[in-house]
Design a protein around this ligand. Structure first.
Ligand code: SAM
Length: 279
């Protein structure tokens, strides 16, 4: 009996030409295409004259559909999983079924292709040696700021997805939490109106505030912070910083140490040890 396989097929994020010959062959030859939205994927399939049967697989039926699809896979079906655009499982459904396949010994094969996160990163002009994909930020400002606070110390370029109606609110919270880091806004990637805007976060906020309307699909790429970029803190510089802090603020030694540790992105204990080492 043929072994069942789940293919994770990346599809275009705008330009329908961005699909590999292998992806097209698998979509054509599969027994079934599990789609986030069958009508949405119909456009792509029509363009390439692919008539493989489709079924919906989205976040509201993911659990129920996983059980059904797993049964088909155990019977030997070849199933292609696609999302509305880009790479499935990247801020899109699919995790449940891939995890189930791994648990139950079903073959899983990625068919790589476009993802807005990578397209935005490589066009941003920001360092690509190390990056962190943060997906969508929380919708409410308090949750968003909390999350940004957690991400601030990560020593990597940060990548966010954002809806156009939340761009100004998110940029404004980024300015509050991440300061004036360099950033890039990638809008409508691979489409006719593709644009990249680069500058500091406050500059970008100002430029979008001037726009009457903000539309389209958006990725925000943010440079890593200075504290995060220089995680190695020398005991010498901490001791000096501590003396300056005491002089400047009149805080007690203990309070000043806490403040220095916070500013330098290390724990109070680490700062304390560095100061002791020096004595
Ligand atoms: N799985 C997709 C991927 O691999 O890129 C992402 C799906 S997520 C639900 C949709 C978000 O991706 C959009 O809100 C936007 O932030 C980003 N996105 C998708 N297509 C884009 C494009 N053409 N240009 C800019 N951002 C895009």
């Amino acid at each position: 009996m043929v072994q069942g396989t789940l293919y994770l097929v990346a599809t275009p994020i705008g330009n329908l030409e961005d699909i590999s010959p292998r992806a097209l062959r698998i979509l054509r030859e599969a027994d079934l295409i599990a789609c986030e939205d069958t009508r949405h994927t119909a456009r792509l399939l029509a363009r390439y004259e692919i008539s493989t049967p489709r079924e919906s697989y989205h976040k509201f039926n993911e659990e129920k559909r996983t059980a059904k699809l797993m049964q088909r896979l155990h019977e030997g079906a070849q199933i292609a999983l696609v999302s509305d655009s880009g790479t499935p499982l990247v801020s899109d459904p699919g995790y449940e079924i891939v995890a189930a396949c791994r648990r139950q010994g079903i073959r899983v094969t990625p068919v790589p292709g476009p993802s807005a996160a990578i397209a935005a990163l490589i066009g941003s002009g920001l360092p690509t040696d190390s990056f962190f994909f943060a997906g969508f930020l929380p919708a409410r400002s308090s949750g968003r700021k909390r999350r940004l606070g957690e991400l601030a110390a990560i020593p990597a370029t940060l990548i966010f997805y954002e809806a156009p109606h939340r761009l100004l609110a998110s940029l404004s919270d980024m300015v509050a939490v991440l300061g004036s880091r360099q950033a890039a806004i990638a809008r409508e990637l691979t489409k006719i109106h593709e644009e990249f805007l680069t500058g500091s976060l406050p500059e970008l906020l100002g430029r979008f505030q001037e726009r009457e309307k903000i539309q389209g699909e958006i990725v925000i790429v943010v440079e890593r912070g200075e504290a995060a970029a220089e995680p190695v803190v020398s005991p010498d510089s901490i001791k000096q910083h501590l003396e300056e802090e005491i002089q400047k603020t009149g805080l007690s030694r203990n309070e000043a140490l806490k403040s220095v540790a916070r500013q330098r992105g290390i724990t109070r204990k680490q700062a304390y040890r560095m100061v002791l080492d020096e004595d």
